[in-house]
Design a protein around this ligand. Structure first.
Ligand SMILES: O=C(O)[C@@H](O)C(=O)COP(=O)(O)O
Ligand SMILES: [Zn+2]
Length: 207
């Protein structure tokens, strides 16, 4: 994919998230690795529904701002993931309604906050660890994500929202939507008793 195609894809997927209510206002940020190894990212304060391919931020993996508008305040946690997960080529962070609601609950299992009850989330994403609450932009988000990144494909920032990776921006976006729908199911099911997948059923999906 050329850099121009990557820019156009980021604009298109940002608009798609926004139009379908997965992103609101100026919340959330996207990044992807270009073929030259640099990162394309959404500018800080930008609305995912109104991105401009020509003003997207371009930064090096070391964090040097090369061109475009000023990058997201979360660019350091995006970089931390790329640096610690070589197969990751894109990162999506949203404040989508149901995952963010989940992130505000007390007593989440910090090793995996989504106990599997449908197969697709197991097949696509796997376990989702919780990162403790830090102020947005705090360097500790990057430190924690650097430690977790080699082992997981998605993370829930406590009292904040999801961070999801992919081998492409399309894959990261699809995985984010799958997780958001799973969180919606959790709230839809409410207090009804859930039949969770058994350990054997989960193992079969992962094999
Ligand atoms: O929650 C926040 O403030 C950030 O994590 C965020 O979602 C938007 O920040 P920018 O990407 O700097 O606009
Ligand atoms: Zn955020």
């Amino acid at each position: 994919m050329t850099e121009q195609q990557a820019r156009e894809q980021m604009v298109k997927l940002g608009a798609s998230f926004f139009q379908r209510g997965y992103a609101t206002g100026s919340a959330g940020n996207l990044s992807m690795m270009l073929e030259d190894g640099h990162l394309l990212a959404t500018p800080t304060g930008s609305c995912l529904g109104e991105l401009d391919p020509d003003t997207l931020s371009k930064v090096t993996l070391d964090g040097e701002w090369l061109s475009g508008d000023k990058p997201s305040k979360e660019i350091s946690f995006h970089r931390a993931i790329y640096l610690n997960k070589p197969e990751c080529k894109a990162v999506v962070h949203l404040h989508s309604l149901y995952l963010t609601a989940l992130s505000c609950l007390q007593g989440l299992d910090s090793k995996n906050c989504i106990k599997p009850f449908t197969p697709y989330v197991v097949m696509r994403v796997g376990d989702v660890p919780v990162v403790p609450y830090y102020r947005p932009g705090d360097a500790r988000l990057g430190e924690d994500l650097a430690r977790l990144a080699p082992h997981f494909n998605a993370f829930l920032l406590a009292n904040h929202g999801p961070v999801v990776v992919g081998k492409s921006l399309r894959e990261a976006a699809d995985n984010t939507e799958e997780l958001e729908e799973t969180a919606r199911l959790i709230f839809t099911l409410g207090d009804r008793p859930i039949r969770y997948l058994s350990d054997d059923e989960v193992a079969e999906l992962r094999s």
